[in-house]
Design a protein around this ligand. Structure first.
Ligand code: HEC
Ligand code: HEC
Length: 263
């Protein structure tokens, strides 16, 4: 009886099984670290070494890959400028003079009768940001944009001071008798929608979130649809686009009716 040694090159079973194991290992390394990362759509990793690092979980920025700029303007507006929260009197006065050219659409007291948004009592930070976005092209509207293109930053500050100083429509708060729609009251947690009032006022106001009460239903609906379709994309970090995309048409309608209802 021959005593065949197990771990020996002479043992064909041993060499074959080791050979197969090594082959499987090499194929999986090749597939996992090189072939799959290359096959991934949009992969812009440069060298093989970058592929391997990235597949192994070490983020790399390969020398020849530049960040891709979006093909549209993003908002670069700033809202923390001095003079916004506590505007001096003469800023409000200058704003009033400049606002004469806005009255035809936004109303002589900042309350529009033409489905343009009301500006009276809007947060100064919102007006300032939206004007910057209209000027830079981050928010586009054929009717409104031309009024912003030649504004200086001081003009925008003055207009923001003036309109935020004007009183809101006293009756512009949602009818108490109507039930508050579910989407406004508690959002839709499963779809990642926070209650509207947690940013827009009511529960809390997050800087840059517009006051909505009393805006026309047409305006609110059109903005929600524009955020959902991506036609409006000046919201920082897509916070409003993500919400509007997840809303159903019925919810959009309910929110528009609720915020536009007047006591
Ligand atoms: C010819 C009509 C017209 C004139 C004049 C006009 N606007 Fe507008 N404005 C609009 C419309 C329409 C919108 C809504 C745009 C949209 O649907 O995206 C708007 C939007 C705005 C917004 C954004 C409001 C929000 O809640 O997001 C601000 C701020 C604003 N206008 C300020 C002004 C100022 C300040 C002036 C004067 C210098 C002015 N507008 C002149 C029609 C006008
Ligand atoms: C996480 C905070 C947040 C929540 C929650 C939120 N919004 Fe907004 N919303 C914003 C911000 C910020 C803007 C302004 C975006 C920009 O910079 O142009 C905005 C803008 C809007 C506008 C455009 C108003 C205008 O005058 O330009 C409408 C309409 C609106 N939101 C409706 C809603 C509704 C309805 C809900 C609830 C379903 C909701 N939002 C929930 C943050 C929020």
């Amino acid at each position: 009886m021959t005593e065949e040694r197990l771990f020996s090159i002479a043992n064909r079973w041993f060499t074959t099984s080791v050979g197969i194991t090594v082959a499987v290992f090499l194929v999986s390394v090749l597939t996992g670290f090189i072939l799959l990362p290359y096959a991934e759509p949009g992969s812009r990793l440069g060298s093989v070494w970058d592929q391997i690092c990235s597949a192994a979980g070490f983020p790399v920025r390969s020398s020849d890959s530049q960040p891709v700029p979006p093909d549209f303007k993003v908002s670069t507006a700033v809202m923390n400028v001095p003079g916004l929260s506590n505007p001096p009197k003469d800023s409000i006065g200058r704003g009033a003079t400049l606002a004469q050219q806005c009255a035809i659409c936004h109303g002589p007291t900042g309350v529009s009768r033409a489905d343009s948004p009301n500006l009276a009592g809007q947060y100064a930070a919102v007006i300032f940001k939206q004007l910057q976005d209209f000027k830079s092209g981050a928010r586009v509207n054929a009717v409104m944009s031309p009024f912003a293109v030649n504004m200086s930053e001081q003009d925008m500050l003055d207009l923001a001071s003036y309109y935020s100083y004007l009183p809101r429509l006293p009756a512009a708060h949602p009818r108490q008798s109507d039930p508050i729609p579910q989407i406004v009251l508690s959002g839709a947690p499963l779809r990642g929608i926070a209650p509207c009032g947690s940013c827009h006022g009511g529960i809390e106001n997050k800087a840059g979130s517009p006051w909505l009460n009393g805006q026309s239903a047409t305006y609110i609906r059109s903005q929600l649809e524009a955020f959902a379709s991506g036609a409006r994309r000046n919201d920082t970090s897509q916070q409003m686009r993500n919400i509007a995309r997840a809303m159903t048409p019925d919810e959009i309608e309910a929110a528009a009716r609720y915020y536009s209802s007047i006591e």
